[in-house]
Design a protein around this ligand. Structure first.
Ligand SMILES: Nc1ncnc2c1ncn2[C@@H]1O[C@H](COP(=O)(O)OP(=O)(O)OP(=O)(O)O)[C@@H](O)[C@H]1O
Length: 269
């Protein structure tokens, strides 16, 4: 478990301000959803947190240590999970240890038994132990994303960052993947940040929410504070009506007992 401090983070690309003075602190073990429309800065924030992108100003601290280069304690999951289709789910999961073993050891699968055990445990966490030997390309999009999560877990991270991990999935698979991310975070005490644009899924699984709009932080709070007015502020002119659906089919809602709070303005989020 790691505490995260984001301190006055700013990132510009030429004249484009992707992030502007973003600050927040997240205690170890929290499950945080980053909300915002396309272009609001979600990916840039996660990339700065994982040190894949260098901030223009400000810093990210993990347990007090500046995040100036990538480290195995911080794992990143992408929308396009980048797993290798011709490899089995197990081999893909095992390759997550590449950050701990040498490249050659990893390619030749010469990792020690501990790492092999970790890969199997990671597949178990995402419900794919039975499919360990299956070629990844024969799996559904949701299963492939779960292999991607298993690979990140084999890295034995303390912080898990996931950039739009369910954006390309159908609603059922998206819920499955979010459920497994929840479970992984719970079982392994991970501090977790997931960027999403689907508000209903975010509300169902998130514990804390950070809202970005045009690179600025416009919200930082918990489910009860995520009202429709706040959603309007995060999403601006975009019609968000379709994002508010009633749900309740999954009870694995980490850190909350209130799955279907009715916020102000009478809508069900
Ligand atoms: N490598 C880059 N070069 C130039 N501009 C960039 C680069 N990466 C991001 N941007 C710009 O920074 C802003 C924030 O982009 P970012 O990808 O972080 O947003 P996002 O909320 O993750 O969007 P999406 O959901 O579409 O990925 C956008 O205006 C984008 O065009």
């Amino acid at each position: 478990m790691s505490k995260i401090v984001v301190d006055n983070l700013r990132k510009t690309y030429g004249d484009t301000v992707a992030l502007d003075n973003i600050s927040f602190e997240v205690p170890a073990g929290e499950f945080v959803i980053i909300l915002g429309v396309s272009g609001s800065g979600k990916s840039t924030l996660l990339r700065c947190m994982s040190a894949l992108t260098e901030p223009t100003a400000g810093q990210v601290l993990i347990d007090g240590e500046p995040m100036t280069s990538t480290k195995p304690e911080v794992a990143m999951i992408f929308q396009q999970h980048n797993i290798i289709g011709d490899m089995s789910a197990y081999s893909n999961a095992l390759s997550g240890g590449i950050n701990r073993s040498s490249f050659l050891e990893s390619v030749l699968q010469l990792q020690d038994n501990d790492e092999k055990q970790q890969a199997l445990e990671a597949l178990d966490t995402v419900g794919l132990l039975e499919e360990a030997e299956q070629k990844s390309r024969r799996m559904s999009g949701g299963q492939q994303q779960r292999v991607g999560i298993a690979r990140a877990l084999t890295q034995e991270p303390e912080v898990l960052l996931a950039d739009e991990p369910v954006a390309s999935l159908d609603p059922g698979s998206a819920q499955d993947v979010m459920g497994y991310l929840n479970r992984a975070a719970d079982e392994r005490d991970l501090t977790t940040f997931i960027s999403l644009h689907q508000v209903n899924i975010a509300r169902k699984y998130g514990q804390r929410f950070i809202g970005l709009h045009d690179g600025e932080k416009v919200f930082d709070g918990y489910r009860e504070d995520l009202t429709l007015d706040v959603i309007d502020e995060i999403y601006g002119d975009i019609d968000t009506e379709g994002m508010f659906v009633s749900h309740g089919e999954n009870e694995s809602n980490r850190g909350s007992t209130d799955n279907q709070t009715s916020p102000n303005r009478g809508a069900t989020l």
